[in-house]
Design a protein around this ligand. Structure first.
Ligand SMILES: [Cu+2]
Length: 260
């Protein structure tokens, strides 16, 4: 009996502390961007972490429901972003969605490389079991002085899109950094590039200083490079990223800017 009581108490403590952890970092509320019905009668909705997509790495979620409201969790889904510009069309880097059972959503990502507006407009086609559902999506520019994604021409002649995945909410001190690198194979295909060695050098341009104790982002999976960045104070920070293949410098300075 004592043993059982002890188990219950320790389980309660464990659960309690687990709950606390979740509170410390609340899961951001998802915002519905658009909703459509497929010809097969499925309700499909697009969701995001923010009220709008921006020129950055954007998590893009999809919910899928039958007419009676019940969830469809075994569909085959793919994302196809397309920007229609006056003289050309192009796509952008994309991470195909997978079903997340805890969220009851399919989750993937799109790097929107430019804002919609005079230059052109974006469509996101979601293929649902091979049926294309086309969403017109607005992509807002980031506040001036910030740059979360950029395209840089390498010494090897390739164009590389370098995007900041994390930190989403930068804080003073050591932050996890996640940088995504994609190579432009052609205007429609941007495969993740896993072959770089990255050197990270943060700088505060307004004050002319850097910071100590950064950890160079190293490749983890699917073109994501993870390390640590140290922001010693709030304000404007520029992340200088040097991309190397072996000893060869491919991109001298892929610079991304953030402000907090
Ligand atoms: Cu464009």
């Amino acid at each position: 009996m004592k043993k059982i009581l002890l188990l219950i108490i320790s389980a309660t403590i464990l659960l309690g502390s687990c709950k606390k952890d979740h509170k410390a970092e609340p899961e951001p509320v998802k915002i519905k961007i658009a909703e459509k019905t497929t010809s097969g009668g499925l309700r499909i909705a697009l969701w995001a972490d923010k009220s709008e997509f921006t020129v950055a790495y954007n998590k893009v979620y999809v919910s899928l429901a039958k007419p009676d409201g019940s969830e469809v969790n075994d569909a085959s889904l793919t994302y196809h972003p397309l920007m229609n510009m006056i003289s050309m069309q192009h796509s952008s880097p994309v991470e195909q969605p997978v079903y997340i059972s805890t969220e009851h959503l399919y989750g993937g990502a799109v790097v929107f490389s430019m804002p919609s507006g005079e230059m052109g407009s974006w469509q996101l086609t979601v293929n649902v079991n091979n049926e294309p559902v086309v969403f017109d999506v607005a992509v807002a520019p980031l506040p001036s002085g910030t740059k979360y994604t950029g395209t840089f021409v390498g010494t090897d002649g390739n164009s590389y899109t370098v995007s900041l995945v994390e930190p989403v909410l930068p804080k003073i001190g050591i932050n996890d950094i996640d940088v995504l690198v994609n190579r432009r194979a052609d205007m429609m295909n941007f495969p993740a590039d896993e072959g770089f060695i990255i050197e990270l050098n943060p700088e505060m341009p307004s004050m002319g200083h850097g910071s100590p104790n950064n950890v160079n982002p190293a490749h983890k999976s699917n073109g994501h490079y993870k390390g640590k960045v140290n922001f010693t104070m709030t304000g404007d920070w520029r992340l200088h990223l040097k991309l190397k293949k072996g000893e060869t410098v491919v991109v001298e300075d892929a610079a991304l800017d953030l402000f907090f």
